[in-house]
Design a protein around this ligand. Structure first.
Ligand SMILES: [Zn+2]
Length: 407
C-alpha cells in the first residue's frame, strides 16, 4: 500500500466514526449547535491535537486547529462538520479530515512549513437549523449579520440562545473576523456533489469558480372553493398557477446553457382533496457561474410568474431571499493546485461549483482555492454519498504537494 493510501484509509474510518454522531437514530443529521455537532467536534479536536495542532473554539463554535507560531502569516484549510437531514458522511467532513491527514503526513515526514497553517471545522454551512447558511464561515470572514441572532429554529430557540448553549458568545460574533493581512489564503477539499468528474473518469477537479445563487419565496393566492360546485371557468386555482410556473422554471433554465433552476418546496396551504387550492407557496433557486445569465433567468421567471398570475386572476408575491454573486477562485492559488495535480500524475480537469461552499465567505477576506473529489453517481445530501480510498489518497497527495508549493 502506498503511503497516501494509509492516510486515506484513516480518513475514511474517521468519516465513518463521525457519522455516528447524529441527532437521529439510524441516520446522519447534525445541525448547528446540537450535542451531536459538539461531540463530532470534540472527536476532531482529539485528532487535531494528536497531529500536533493547538486547538480552540471561536465565538460561534467553529473548531480551529493551528500549527505554527502566532506571528506567521497563515494558510487556512477547512470545511464544515454540520450536515443536512439524512446526510451522507463526506460532504464537509472530508475536507476537514483530508486537511488533518496532510498535517499528520508532513509531521511524519519531518517536514515543517515556512508559514502557519490552520484547519477550520465550521459549525454551520448547510443552514438547516436556522434557515441561513454559512453561519460558521461568516464569523471568520467578519460578515456575520447581528440581526440573525433573533432567528428562531423550528422549536422556537433563538440563534443567540443556541450559540450560548454551544459555549459560544453571541456578542462576539460580529467582531470575530480574521484580519486579511494575516492570511495567505483558504483552501478547501470537498466532494464534487455532481457527476462531471465521474463522467470524465478522473478523481480530482480544480475549481475555477463557484456559481452565484438567486433564491426567492413565491406565493400564488387565488380563492379557495368547493371542488364540486365552483365551475372551472370561475376558478382562481393557486395550484394550477403554481404548476404552470414550475413548468416554466424548467423550460426557461433549459433554454440557457449551464443554467439550473429548481422549485424544491411547494406548499398547498389548507389543502384538501375537495377544496380548490386557495394559496400556494413555493421556493425558487436559480444558479449560474455568470451573474448576468443568472439575473436574466431570474428576471425572465418573474415575468412568467407575473403573466401566469394575471391570466388566472391570482395574486403573485415574489420575495427575494438570497442573491449571491458568483465567486472566482484565486488565479494564483488555483494554478498551484493545478500544478500539484499535474505533479501527482493526475489529469488537470477544471470545473465550476454549482453548490455553495464555505470558500464563498472566505473569499471576502482571502484568496481561495478548491479541490473537488469524485463522488459516486454525483450523489450528495444523501446517505448513499460515497468516495473511494484511491480518490481520497489522490486528494491527500495533491493537497500535501499544494502545501509545499505554497511554501
Ligand atoms: Zn458541503
Amino acid at each position: 500500500m502506498t503511503d497516501s493510501m494509509t492516510y486515506a484509509a484513516a480518513v475514511l474510518a474517521r468519516c465513518d466514526e463521525l457519522a455516528t454522531f447524529s441527532e437521529e437514530p439510524r441516520r446522519l443529521t447534525r445541525r448547528f449547535a446540537t450535542t451531536a455537532l459538539w461531540q463530532a467536534g470534540e472527536r476532531v479536536r482529539g485528532w487535531m491535537e494528536a497531529a500536533g495542532m493547538v486547538t480552540r473554539r471561536d465565538a460561534i463554535g467553529n473548531l480551529i486547529g493551528r500549527l505554527g507560531d502566532g506571528d506567521r502569516r497563515t494558510l487556512l484549510l477547512g470545511s464544515h462538520l454540520d450536515t443536512v437531514r439524512d446526510a451522507g458522511r463526506y460532504d464537509g467532513m472530508l475536507g476537514v479530515l483530508v486537511a488533518i491527514a496532510c498535517v499528520e503526513r508532513l509531521r511524519d515526514r519531518g517536514r515543517s512549513l515556512p508559514y502557519a497553517l490552520e484547519v477550520l471545522a465550521f459549525a454551520d454551512e448547510e443552514g438547516v437549523r436556522f434557515g441561513t447558511g454559512y453561519l460558521g464561515s461568516s464569523v471568520v470572514a467578519g460578515r456575520f449579520d447581528g440581526a440573525d441572532l433573533r432567528r428562531r429554529d423550528s422549536a422556537g430557540v433563538t440563534l443567540a440562545d443556541a450559540v450560548r448553549a454551544f459555549g459560544g458568545d453571541p456578542d462576539g460574533l460580529t467582531s470575530a473576523g480574521r484580519d486579511p493581512a494575516d492570511l495567505i489564503g483558504y483552501y478547501e477539499v470537498h466532494i464534487e456533489q455532481g457527476p462531471a468528474l465521474e463522467a470524465a473518469g478522473v478523481p480530482l477537479g480544480v475549481v475555477g469558480a463557484i456559481a452565484g445563487q438567486s433564491r426567492a419565496r413565491i406565493a400564488f393566492t387565488g380563492e379557495a372553493g368547493h371542488a364540486g360546485t365552483v365551475p372551472m371557468a370561475l376558478r382562481r386555482d393557486a395550484l394550477s398557477a403554481a404548476a404552470e410556473f414550475v413548468s416554466a422554471v424548467e423550460a426557461v433554465a433549459r433554454a440557457h446553457d449551464d443554467a439550473v433552476a429548481t422549485v424544491g418546496e411547494l406548499e398547498v396551504q389548507d389543502g384538501a382533496s375537495n377544496v380548490v387550492p386557495g394559496r400556494v407557496v413555493l421556493s425558487l433557486d436559480v444558479r449560474h457561474a455568470a451573474d448576468a445569465v443568472r439575473e436574466s433567468v431570474a428576471a425572465e421567471l418573474f415575468d412568467r410568474a407575473d403573466a401566469i398570475a394575471n391570466a388566472r386572476s391570482v395574486v403573485l408575491e415574489w420575495d427575494v431571499v438570497q442573491e449571491t454573486c458568483a465567486v472566482d477562485c484565486s488565479t494564483g492559488l488555483t494554478e498551484l493546485v493545478a500544478e500539484a495535480v499535474a505533479a501527482c500524475g493526475q489529469p488537470v480537469v477544471r470545473l465550476t461549483s454549482g453548490a455553495g461552499h464555505d470558500a464563498v465567505m472566505l473569499s471576502t477576506i482571502a484568496p481561495i482555492a478548491m479541490l473537488f473529489v469524485r463522488c459516486a453517481g454525483g450523489v450528495s445530501h444523501n446517505p448513499a454519498e460515497s468516495v473511494t480510498a484511491e480518490d481520497v489518497a489522490a486528494a491527500i497527495d495533491v493537497s500535501t504537494k499544494f502545501l509545499e508549493l505554497v511554501g
